[in-house]
Each structure stands twice: as structure tokens, then as C-alpha cells.
Design a protein around this ligand. Structure first.
Ligand code: AHR
Length: 513
């Protein structure tokens, strides 16, 4: 174990409006609550990758695993509890090699293909457009279709849109009817390519900008359906991509995407998901928090071209990326998920909430069995990850009004000289007037007392929930599925216009006032 230097230094995350002897002071700025946190910040992503779709979401109607029309029931029920607002599909890198017509019609006639991006696995196309859009209807979430620009054609994508959304007498709408679906689906979000700078075609932003304009022209609105067209955006620190797209595409896109992974680097080992030391843990949370700087810089560039914020920024891939679990299929990106991953989720949401004047969607990668998943499956077994429980706990913030916080707390210095605040928090007011405050104490060893000033709130009662575990590397396994779960929390007390909260070491709480 490496030593960590606890600096005891004091960080002021925004203008501090109060002072206390206690180093952890949060002031809730109720008078500044104006921005709604779009529920789409809690979006999900499902790619044809490893066992995300096959085995994770879909087992087929003939499976011995309990299912509803092919969707596994245990997973379906767990996902219903998450109130998923939007689900992105079919990729990822897979999207730019996917030909949608291979995934419609009788299953026995659907051709197979090789999933070149992800382990060379044979894809039998048994999960296609109908299976995906019907799943979205069951989950009551918006579909987000990622179109093939890299190896597809404008005609192919234009016809897909017509197939999904037209209620007219038209060739594609008729084909859909022949395949058993009379009424068009509602499809709002359309991604025009994915990572077009990389697996989606290795393009220059200038070239992609023109290509986007061409594709977007022919992806039409049918039968009252209004597409929200999303241009393939930058990776992490590639600010030039955002600049060129804003300059050359502008209002022809409704949104521009961005990908940010909490990853140790793209070459060599990314580190173990479960076997890490304290230094690795703090470094990970520092790297996760760096998304704030990245978001700010992309937002600043967008502001230069679009002062009124008409074009949305969508972080449509984010989360942790570790080495694949030993013994799993190479290229399937299967990883375990510990309390450390849960912190990556909570800290990320705390940041995302602050940028929702521009940031309108975020999609965790991915929903099942891939990267920072919500759910892990193995045959008929299923387990919910610590990250799942953070999503569940933070659900209260969906579509609630964000309340800015002034946060003052100690920091810890981690490798690379980053200073990591030991407390992270966010707050919102829901439609019924209830206030929710979520807080993470990332300190491995020390409980933290936090004083929360609630000017003018007149709170009388506080209840709460907590996610924690004995160790930061604890996770839920098929043998021990309830090691890291949500539990009731009673460590908060109302005292006049303050809340005094004892947040246990390495824990995440959400309070309701
Ligand atoms: O989420 C896994 C992969 O990461 C996606 O397919 C790709 O878009 C990104 O590089």
C-alpha cells in the first residue's frame, strides 16, 4: 500500500458564503435554483458487445431463463426500478458496422456477421430494430439510435428512419408492417455516427462536418415524429473537434456528443477493477472529477458559437474502464464493479448537475456486462452492481430543479498532484417541493461531519439512504450479491436552519427534506 498525504488543505469549490470551525460546510443556495436537471442525464447505453445484449438483456423466447418475449425477466424488472429515461443502441463502435436490414424480418432469414470491433464474435442479428424499440416501450424510455456513417450509406440511414417512424403508405413503413409492427415507433434521438474520429471512420473533423450535413439532410421527420439529430463528438480533450463542428455544422445539429472515460490510459494495462490500493482509488476519483474541466472547456467553445445554448452537449459515453476480468473473453470488456465505481457514478452526477444549461444527456457505458455496468449476469444468475444502486439512489434528481451548493471541505493530494475534495455533493428540489441532498465522503478511513446551512428552508424532518461497504474494493458477486446495497440512513439531524450530518467513511448518502 502506498502512503497518501492528507494535506488538510481547504478547498473552496465555489464562492464561500459562510464560515464555520467545521471544515465541512455546505450552503444550499435555494434562491439560485432555476435549472432543471434533465432526466436524460441518467441515460443508459447498450451495445452489441460481449454479453451486454445477448445474455444480458436478451435470451430469446425459447430460453430456459425466465423471459418476456425474449427479454430476461430478472434484468427487465431491475431496469424498470431504475426509471431509465433514454437508451442508446446499437453502439458504440459496433454502430458503424451495423446494417439494420440484417436485423429485421424472420429470425431464420437474418444473416450473421462478425463483430470485428469486439472480439470477432459471431453476431446473429436476432436482436434488431423491433427487439430494441419494443424494449424501450416496455421500459418506457426514449430510444437513441446510433446510425452507421462509417461503413453505411446515406440511403441506408434515411430508410432506417423511415422504417421506424413513418405511418405513411411508404416502402419502408410497409416493410415494417409486413414484419408485424403496424404503428411507427416514436424515435427522438438519432446519432449520426459514433467516434467518427476513430472506430467510426478515422475522419478529420472538417470531413465529418460535411458528411454530417449530408446525412442529416436526408434523415427526415415522418408522421409527426421530430428527430433530435446528434453529431458525433469529441473524445475527452479534443477541443478542436468541437470547435470545427460548431463552426461548420452549427444549427444543423441539435446536439453534439462527447465521450469521457475514467481510464488510466489507452495503452497497456488499465488496472484491475477489484485489486487496487488506496493510491489507485484516490487517483481514480481525481481522474473522474477531471470531467468537470473537460465539460467546461467544451461548453466554453460551444458558447462562442451558440450563446443561446440551442445546441445540446451529450456525454453519451462515460464511466470506468478497467482491465477485462481474468478468464473472460478478450474484447468483451467485462469488468467487476466495486464501491470505487459507485463513487465514480456519484461524483460524476454531482458535476453533471452543474452543467445542465448545456449538458442535456449522459449515457453510462454500459447497461449490462460491459464496463461500468448496472447489472452483471452469468447464465441464469444476475447481480446488481454498486453503480446500479447509485443510479437508483440519485433517481430523485431526475427532472428536479438543481440547487447550487457552496461546498467547503478538506482535500487529499493524490498522485499527479491532483487535489481531491473529500466531500462531493449535489442538491435539487423536486416537483412536490421535496429537497434532496446527495453527498459522498470519499475518505477511506475518516467519518466526516458536515454542516449544511439551509437558509430560509425551515426543514422539519430528514430521512436518508446510504451506500457503503466494509472496504472500498467490495463488490457484489453471484455468491454474495448483497455486499454493497442501499440501506436506510439516520445520521442526519435538523438543528434550526442547519443539518448536521455524520457521513461515514467511504459512503454515499442521499437525504430527503
Ligand atoms: O463503450 C465501449 C466503446 O468505447 C464504444 O463502442 C466506443 O464508442 C468507445 O470507444
Amino acid at each position: 500500500m502506498k502512503n497518501i498525504l492528507l494535506t488538510g488543505s481547504f478547498v473552496m469549490l465555489s464562492s464561500l458564503s459562510c464560515f464555520s470551525q467545521n471544515n465541512n460546510v455546505i450552503t444550499v443556495q435555494t434562491d439560485q435554483a432555476t435549472q432543471v436537471i434533465p432526466k436524460e442525464i441518467y441515460g443508459q447505453f447498450a451495445e452489441h458487445l460481449g454479453t451486454c445484449i445477448y445474455g444480458g438483456l436478451w435470451v430469446g423466447p425459447e430460453s430456459s431463463i425466465a423471459n418476456q418475449d425474449g427479454y430476461r425477466l430478472d434484468v427487465l424488472n431491475a431496469l424498470k426500478d431504475l426509471n431509465i429515461p433514454v437508451l442508446r443502441w446499437p453502439g458504440g463502435c459496433f454502430a458503424d458496422e451495423y446494417h439494420w436490414m440484417d436485423g429485421i424480418g424472420p429470425k431464420e432469414n437474418r444473416p450473421t456477421m462478425i463483430n470485428n470491433n469486439w472480439g470477432g464474435t459471431v453476431e446473429d442479428n436476432s436482436f434488431g430494430t423491433h427487439e430494441f424499440l419494443n424494449l424501450c416501450e416496455i421500459l418506457e424510455c426514449e430510444p437513441y439510435i446510433s446510425g452507421n456513417v462509417g461503413s453505411g450509406t446515406v440511403e441506408e440511414l434515411a430508410k432506417w428512419v423511415e422504417y421506424m417512424t413513418s405511418n405513411d403508405q411508404s416502402p419502408m413503413a410497409d416493410l415494417r408492417r409486413q414484419n408485424g409492427r403496424e404503428k411507427a415507433w416514436d424515435v427522438k434521438y438519432l446519432g449520426v455516427g459514433n467516434e467518427s474520429w476513430g472506430c467510426g471512420g478515422n475522419m478529420r473533423p472538417e470531413y465529418y462536418a460535411d458528411l454530417y450535413r449530408r446525412y442529416a439532410t436526408y434523415c427526415r421527420n415522418f408522421s409527426g415524429n421530430r428527430l433530435f439529430k446528434i453529431a458525433s463528438g469529441a473524445s475527452d480533450y479534443d477541443y478542436n473537434w468541437t470547435k470545427v463542428l460548431m463552426d461548420r455544422v452549427g444549427r444543423q445539429m441539435d446536439g453534439l456528443s462527447l465521450h469521457y472515460y475514467t481510464v488510466a490510459g489507452w495503452e497497456g494495462s488499465k488496472g484491475s477493477a477489484t485489486d487496487f490500493d488506496n493510491d489507485d482509488y484516490y487517483w481514480t476519483l481525481g481522474k473522474c472529477r477531471e470531467v468537470e474541466d473537460v465539460l467546461k472547456k467544451h461548453c466554453d467553445i460551444m458558447d462562442e458559437y451558440d450563446k443561446n445554448k440551442n445546441i445540446a452537449l451529450l456525454l453519451d459515453e462515460w464511466g470506468t474502464w478497467w482491465d477485462e476480468a481474468p478468464g473472460t473473453v478478450p474484447g468483451h470488456l467485462y469488468q467487476q464493479n466495486t464501491l470505487r465505481d459507485a463513487f465514480v457514478a456519484s461524483l460524476s452526477f454531482d458535476i453533471f448537475h452543474k452543467y445542465t444549461d448545456r449538458l442535456k444527456m449522459a449515457n453510462i457505458a454500459q447497461i449490462a456486462n460491459v464496463l461500468q455496468s448496472m447489472i452483471l449476469t452469468d447464465g441464469d444468475k444476475m447481480v446488481l452492481t454498486p453503480s446500479y444502486y447509485v443510479f437508483k439512489m440519485y433517481n430523485v434528481h431526475q427532472d428536479a430543479t438543481h440547487i447550487p451548493l457552496d461546498i467547503a471541505c478538506d482535500t487529499i493530494e493524490v498522485r499527479d498532484g491532483r487535489k481531491l475534495p473529500l466531500i462531493s455533493a449535489t442538491a435539487s428540489k423536486d416537483k412536490n417541493g421535496k429537497i434532496h441532498i446527495s453527498m459522498s465522503n470519499v475518505d477511506i478511513k475518516k467519518d466526516q461531519e458536515v454542516v449544511i446551512n439551509l437558509p430560509g428552508l425551515n426543514a422539519k424532518k430528514v430521512t436518508g439512504e446510504i451506500i457503503t461497504a466494509k472496504n472500498i474494493d467490495d463488490y457484489n458477486s453471484f455468491e454474495n450479491p448483497n455486499k454493497v446495497v442501499l440501506k436506510p440512513f439516520d445520521g442526519a439531524k435538523v438543528k434550526k436552519d442547519q443539518l448536521i450530518v455524520k457521513v461515514p467513511a467511504h459512503s454515499i448518502v442521499t437525504l430527503e427534506l
